[in-house]
Design a protein around this ligand. Structure first.
Ligand code: ZN
Length: 313
């Protein structure tokens, strides 16, 4: 009996192993370097950078950071440049996120290209000092242009300069929680900060689960994901929690280039409307399949309202 069971158990083991080996990968990307915060305080941004990078290193996130060029040329340029250099020296990949964080949907394409070229002139020497070149570009607001012509003109420019677009296939609206958390920290309101963190993590867990099931429903298999986050204090203070959420959801951390090697990223983006949607939505248009939007988790209304108040100049 035992001798007959053993090969069967071995086969089952192989099956389980194959399944585990096929767990989705996830590449973490952090936008708006050197940092996104409610305050201009360099000390605040520096602490955020130090904590975020410490957490990223501790949890072996092979993250990519997207730099806003003019942050290295405005207030406190030396300090901001040093923060970007810190990311580079932590062994992380750096990409271009335009110079002035404009939207391609609202900017003439020639101006947009000039702005991205300006950011390239800032980023390229920082990377060249370590023998690297910029590869990835992330559109601010994920807005990729309202006309096919604008889009093609810009994407041709990117290709001619050896850039590739970094899409987004997982997100948790982290920006919506970030300023609310900063406000609590800046007012030394620990109870509030702890509450925002708790709500944020619970929302993140729901979003991760939704994107996993939406990806499977759309593609009939589990794709590798590219997760959009921002370089914020909230994310710096929750790196370990995020690592646990990803682990619970069987997501394996990997570099952006590895995630992008998933054939899903070859699916054309034929969507015509100008909203800054993530790429599962775009692929759903190309593939003529619906996503399970009915089950998409609603962002907490109080956080959203407080963010609106804080975000109004
Ligand atoms: Zn951004």
């Amino acid at each position: 009996m035992r001798s007959k069971l053993l090969p069967l158990l071995g086969a089952l083991g192989a099956l389980v192993w194959t399944h585990a080996a096929r767990a989705e990968g996830v590449a973490l990307t952090y936008d708006d370097l050197p940092g996104f915060a409610l305050t201009d305080s360099v000390a605040y941004e520096q602490l955020t950078t130090d904590r975020l990078l410490r957490g990223i290193k501790r949890h072996h996130f092979q993250a990519t950071g997207f730099v806003i060029g003019d942050r290295l040329d405005g207030d406190n340029p030396a300090a901001h440049r040093a923060m970007v250099v810190q990311w580079r020296d932590a062994g992380l990949v750096l990409g271009n996120h335009t110079n002035s964080h404009e939207s391609l949907n609202k900017t003439p394409v020639a101006d947009y290209i000039a702005d991205v070229a300006q950011a390239d002139a800032v980023l390229r020497p920082i990377l060249a000092a370590r023998g690297q070149t910029p590869v990835w570009f992330r559109h601010p607001y994920l807005e990729t242009g309202t006309t096919a012509e604008a889009r093609k003109t810009f994407e041709d420019w990117l290709a001619a300069h050896a850039y590739k677009v970094a899409p987004v296939t997982m997100e948790n609206s982290d920006w919506m929680f970030a300023l609310v958390y900063d406000n609590a920290i800046l007012h030394h309101d620990r109870a509030k900060a702890a509450r925002v963190k708790r709500i944020y993590l619970s929302y993140t867990e729901k979003c991760v689960a939704w994107y996993r099931s939406a990806g499977l429903q759309l593609l009939g298999r589990r794709p590798d994901y590219v997760f959009l986050l921002h370089a914020t204090r909230l994310n710096a203070d929750t790196v370990g929690d995020l690592a646990r959420i990803l682990k619970r959801n069987h997501l394996r951390l990997e570099p952006l280039a590895r995630a992008m090697a998933d054939p899903a990223y070859q699916i054309a983006d034929t969507r015509g409307d100008p909203d800054g949607d993530e790429w599962l939505s775009r692929w759903s248009v190309t593939l003529h399949k619906d996503l399970p939007w009915d089950s998409f988790p609603d962002p907490p209304a109080d956080i959203s309202a407080e963010n609106d108040r804080l975000d109004t100049p």
